[in-house]
Design a protein around this ligand. Structure first.
Ligand SMILES: *[C@@H]1O[C@H](CO)[C@@H](O)[C@H](O)[C@H]1NC(C)=O
Length: 261
């Protein structure tokens, strides 16, 4: 019994030790060393994606689960990922990163290759569909996989040094005020089954058309999907880190002069 407890204790200690060492081993950067901060960010995304941060009860975030995620585009297209995943965030490449603590603004650019797959439902009806495909409506309920390459996103985000009751200073970002812009380099490939045009199984025709016209399609319909992806998923991912890990673990300068509640 004692030996068993000791083993448990030892394992717990080891687990705690391994986790805390990740945070302690983060590169420590000067506020103006953007290459160094970019490294911290990239290291963080990899680690959170693969293993999460057990000491803060954050599970691995890549693949990220999607449950009943609904996107409705102008009431023309209504797509729901009933039960699926998105993969690839942990391998996002950081093309640029900079912060200005006096201004309270940061800028960041990433490029990601993403795969989204799972059980989907979809509905669409419009004159456009009638004209293009010769049927008045599309509906689907099946399995889909979307591969999107080279999603390049630029963010401008307001942030400040937040002093909390625990005495620590954190980097606090106001995600509602983040401005972003994106472009998609491709490739873009969608595969789906059980897609109907009217009452006719037409998965191949519909996905072929989408794959051939994905650039136009993303211009018209991409925005709500990207908004969802960025605001509800990407920020949750990164926010988990900055909301839990005090700035002193990755910033050398004392942020006290900038800190406010
Ligand atoms: C979109 O589809 C979902 C799932 O089928 C449904 O619950 C929702 O009401 C639909 N939204 C609109 C605006 O039609």
């Amino acid at each position: 019994m004692f030996v068993k407890n000791l083993a448990v204790l030892f394992t717990l200690t080891l687990v705690t030790f391994c986790n805390s060492s990740f945070i302690e081993d983060l590169p420590k950067c000067h506020l103006e060393d953007f290459d160094c901060l970019k490294d911290v960010y990239q290291t963080m995304i990899r680690k959170m994606g693969k293993e999460g941060l057990k000491e803060f009860n954050i599970p691995p975030l890549d693949p990220m689960k999607l449950t009943n995620v609904n996107v409705n585009v102008h009431n023309l297209v209504n797509v729901t990922m009933v039960d699926g995943i998105v993969k690839g965030i942990r391998d996002c490449v950081f093309d640029a990163f900079s912060i200005d603590i006096k201004e309270g603004r940061g800028h960041q650019e990433n490029t990601c290759d993403l795969v989204i797959k799972g059980h989907y439902t979809a509905e669409a009806s419009s004159d456009l569909i009638a004209a293009l495909l010769g049927g008045s409506s599309i509906h689907g309920d099946g399995h889909a996989k979307v591969t999107v390459g080279q999603v390049h996103v630029k963010f401008d985000f307001p942030f400040y040094a937040q002093k909390r009751d625990d005495g620590e200073i954190y980097i606090k970002c106001n995600y509602d005020l983040v401005k972003y812009d994106y472009d998609i380099g491709g490739p873009f490939v969608i595969k789906a089954d059980n897609l109907y045009l009217g009452d006719k199984e037409s998965s191949k025709i519909i996905t072929d058309m989408m794959n051939q016209n994905w650039r136009i399609m993303m211009t018209g319909f991409g925005q709500p999907f990207m908004k969802k992806a960025i605001q509800e998923y990407y920020f949750k991912f990164t926010g988990n880190f900055f909301d839990n890990v005090p700035a002193r673990y990755f910033i050398i300068e004392d942020l006290t002069p900038y800190a406010r509640p």
